[in-house]
Design a binder for this molecule. Structure first.
Ligand SMILES: *[C@@H]1O[C@H](CO)[C@@H](O)[C@H](O)[C@H]1NC(C)=O
Ligand SMILES: *[C@@H]1O[C@H](CO)[C@@H](O)[C@H](O)[C@H]1NC(C)=O
Ligand SMILES: *[C@@H]1O[C@H](CO)[C@@H](O)[C@H](O)[C@H]1NC(C)=O
Ligand SMILES: *[C@@H]1O[C@H](CO)[C@@H](O)[C@H](O)[C@H]1NC(C)=O
Length: 237
């Protein structure tokens, strides 16, 4: 049996997210995206030294780069920095705030169209609050989904999240088969859980949206996990 950890040596891809741009429309959903550092770093060749799910971003479903004149200023979130460092680390450049600046410009300035998120402090603190409220690491491990050398079925992972939170997440994997023709596994990489504008949980995707999401995500390093292929949830090395 090929071990999940050995598979990681073979991964390489760029991670970007591709979303449809509709600059003037008010958003109707927030997507809280968390990543598994071990998978991200296998793709990007970084060394995470982190074994918890970390924030990737809080993304409104509509708009990108909504206000380029609204500069990121880390002094405005000085009180959040210890938590930001732990919960929303820049895996590629641990001592840089560049990741937060990027997320603010691309997504935060659009989220800020809503009064509830119309400052950098409101935006980043809400992302942290939702992240802690979800407490994904505890929920996964409580229901037996822990990083391991063995494989999970996709249904096991999706089932835990759907049953616990009561909403449909979007779960993304890295698919080495795009790079290695005969690979028969996929690596758990990113979990999106969605919120309505009043910050209550909601489904990320309707069933009929699946094909659309799949097509869009295929342009990035991650794509929606395949229901029929075993899932590797790799241990931190
Ligand atoms: C990884 O983190 C642990 C605990 O935080 C620390 O003791 C160790 O020195 C770190 N290792 C590296 C390579 O940064
Ligand atoms: C863009 O951000 C600047 C700085 O915060 C603000 O003064 C301006 O009103 C914003 N523009 C829009 C269209 O929201
Ligand atoms: C950054 O924010 C701090 C605290 O709100 C403020 O004092 C400072 O003037 C801001 N810096 C810039 C360049 O806007
Ligand atoms: C956040 O982490 C960076 C890099 O490790 C460090 O330089 C900075 O002092 C940390 N800030 C806080 C408030 O913990």
């Amino acid at each position: 049996m090929r071990l999940c950890s050995a598979l990681l040596l073979c991964l390489a891809a760029a991670v970007t997210s591709a979303y449809v741009v509709s600059p003037r429309k008010m958003w109707t959903k927030l997507i809280l995206t968390q990543q598994w550092p071990q998978t991200f770093c296998s793709m990007e060749h970084c060394h995470p030294n982190i074994s918890h799910w970390t924030l990737h971003g809080l993304w409104p479903d509509s708009g990108m780069d909504c206000n380029n004149s609204w500069a990121f200023n880390s002094s405005e979130i000085a009180d959040l920095l210890p938590d930001m460092n732990k919960s929303w680390p820049n895996l590629l450049h641990p001592s840089s705030s560049g990741f937060w600046k990027y997320e603010w410009h691309k997504h935060g300035t659009c989220a800020a169209r809503a009064e509830s998120l119309n400052s950098q402090h409101k935006y980043f603190s809400k992302a942290l609050e939702l992240y802690h409220k979800l407490d994904l690491d505890s929920i996964l491990s409580k229901f037996g989904i822990i990083p391991s050398e063995k494989y999970y079925t996709f249904a096991q992972i999706e089932g835990v999240i759907e049953n616990f939170y009561g909403v449909k997440p979007k779960i993304q994997c890295f698919h080495p088969s795009k790079h290695q023709p005969n690979a028969d596994t996929q690596v758990l990489g990113q979990i999106e859980i969605c919120f309505s504008p009043d910050f209550t949980l909601m489904d990320c995707e309707k069933k009929q949206d699946w094909d659309k999401y799949w097509a869009v995500d295929k342009q990035s390093g991650f794509s929606v996990c395949d229901h029929h292929i075993p899932v590797c949830y790799p241990l931190a090395s």
